[in-house]
Design a protein around this ligand. Structure first.
Ligand code: ADP
Ligand code: MG
Length: 247
């Protein structure tokens, strides 16, 4: 496997060192090495069951691998995620990582602004400040006038934008998205992906995105293919030139 050329002066944001994870006789991850950089949008593709979600969950501290390490480089500190206990990993995810899933996972009883504000409130930010910040994010994602709507009053694309606002509100270093456009039609998918790229990569953050959709992958700057728990291809796409400028 050829790793993409990197500017050696740039330090990776996230390093995975020989990650392994097995379930019974299934090898979900078979020793994965990976370095991710600021300003990258990384698409992860592969057949169903190839280990994409397991990889993303190990990279983000949702899951602990059986062996191997994950290092995260934060603005003020270096953290080895794999050495932290569950409580510290939860805190790290809340404060430094963002998540967008296929079905948004918004709380239906909360409004758009309450959903988006939730991570800040869980970190102790007062409600008024958290909701004001949520409104700024919702506005920037084209959701003016929808702050008080509940999940049932939003379209699929609007709900995913609320999920993006919630993922971004704590200014995470890395945003992880697992099939974020999987439930959307292609036009809505395109708009949501644009919102996701604009809110991460153009701000120098890193986006890691699992997708089955080659059109989604083509808009990312790097494409990683996974098969049977191994990375079998890792290449820069034509979008890389955008990203070089932001480095
Ligand atoms: P993908 O996201 O690429 O579809 P996953 O990472 O979800 O793949 O799964 C990789 C492999 O690990 C699959 O064979 C899956 O069945 C298995 N697996 C994942 N999670 C579990 C689990 N909690 N228990 C047992 N097997 C699992
Ligand atoms: Mg999956």
């Amino acid at each position: 496997m050829n790793s993409p050329d990197q500017n050696p002066a740039q330090h990776p944001v996230l390093i995975a060192d020989h990650l392994t994870k097995t379930y019974g006789s299934t090898t979900a991850l078979g020793g994965v090495n990976l370095s991710l950089y600021a300003g990258e949008s990384v698409a992860i593709m592969g057949p169903s069951g190839s280990g994409k979600t397991t990889l993303m969950h190990c990279l983000s501290g949702i899951l602990t691998p059986d062996a191997g390490r994950v290092h995260l480089s934060l603005p003020q500190q270096q953290v080895e995620i794999t050495s932290l206990n569950e409580e510290r990993r939860a805190q790290l995810r809340r404060e430094h990582l963002g998540f967008v899933f296929q079905e948004g996972l918004l709380l239906p009883e909360l409004t758009a602004q309450e959903n988006a504000a939730l991570p800040l409130m869980l970190s102790g930010v007062p409600r008024a400040a958290a909701e004001s910040h949520a409104q700024q994010w919702l506005s920037s994602l084209g959701l003016d006038g929808m702050f008080d709507r509940r999940l049932g009053e939003l379209s699929g694309g609007q709900a995913q934008r609320v999920a993006i606002a919630r993922a971004q509100i704590a200014d995470p270093t890395v945003v992880f998205a697992d099939e974020p456009t999987g439930a959307l039609d292609s036009m809505t998918s395109d708009a949501v992906l644009t919102a996701l790229l604009d809110s991460t990569v153009s701000r120098g953050r890193t986006l890691v995105l699992v997708t089955h959709d080659p059109q989604v992958a083509a808009r990312c700057s790097r494409l990683i293919r996974v098969r049977d728990g191994h990375i079998v291809a890792d290449e820069r796409t034509h979008c890389s030139s955008n990203q070089e400028v932001t480095r």
